[in-house]
Design a protein around this ligand. Sequence first.
Ligand code: ZN
Length: 312
Amino acid sequence: MEEGPYRILGVSKDATDSEIKRNYRRLARQYHPDRNPNDIAAEDRFKSIQTAYEKIGDSNARQEYDQKKRMDEMFQGNRGNSFGGGFGGFDLGDMFSQFRGRGQQTSQNKSNINHQEHSIKGSDIESGLDVSLEQAINGADIKFSHRRFKTCEKCSGSSFGTSKSCSDCGGKGVMTKSSTITIKVPKNAKHGQLLRLKKMGHEHPQGKPGDLIITLRLDAEEGRRWENGRIVQEVPVQITTLFLGGKVKIITPLGKKVQIDVPAGTKIGDRRGLKGHGHAGGQLDIEYVLSEIIEINDEQREILEHLRKVGL
Ligand SMILES: [Zn+2]
């Protein structure tokens, strides 16, 4: 099976656009051909990183990719009854086929008519919205644009499902239009929180519009990521501090400077929870990573060589 772009870029599906960009830059540097001359594996990796980034590196491209992925999953093995009219990688027939089925049932089963009519509805649209930690804490109004089917203005949707022709929508009853709305992010919003915007999904020529379902994605910022609703912050520690213990200073997501006591014998990947320092007063998990050593001087080299001699 094909490895998905999220996996290739080492991010979760609910990562913010900025996190995707940061990871892409890091990986592209790491696997760049200039840094890995004559390494075919690195070259392949570099290429797949580029391709993955083309799919989800730009927020519009990502929205389209996610949408297509969802449609593919939803209509797997059910592509026979579409009637054309491509939009964003999937087609209109897919959108309405389920509703047409129910519509036919309605005319055959009059006792159920009210119940059935309620189910004729445009599809919901799912999308993500990136929010900074500050916006999430204080609440914010954020402009959001998305494309959706809107009822054709010329025929008011009356041409759908009939032999009537309409020069604007070609008998689909809807047209693809862009909608820009303001989304109210509530105070103390959480990563992964869903907001349902009624009737802002796809319109249906003969039914009610679907909803727009927004997943809030909070940008944890450089060196941090979300895990199970908590922020994990990487704390770079020097190798000597790992062995001997010591102190490191960190800046928390809330912007506070905190000094951490690192016990002797700490390992890379060890974690600690700091209560009250996470998003919206929750727990912040810190994870020790090795601080990057760019260059060592002669004295340090000499000492390292001595350490090797004595078996470290
Ligand atoms: Zn029309």
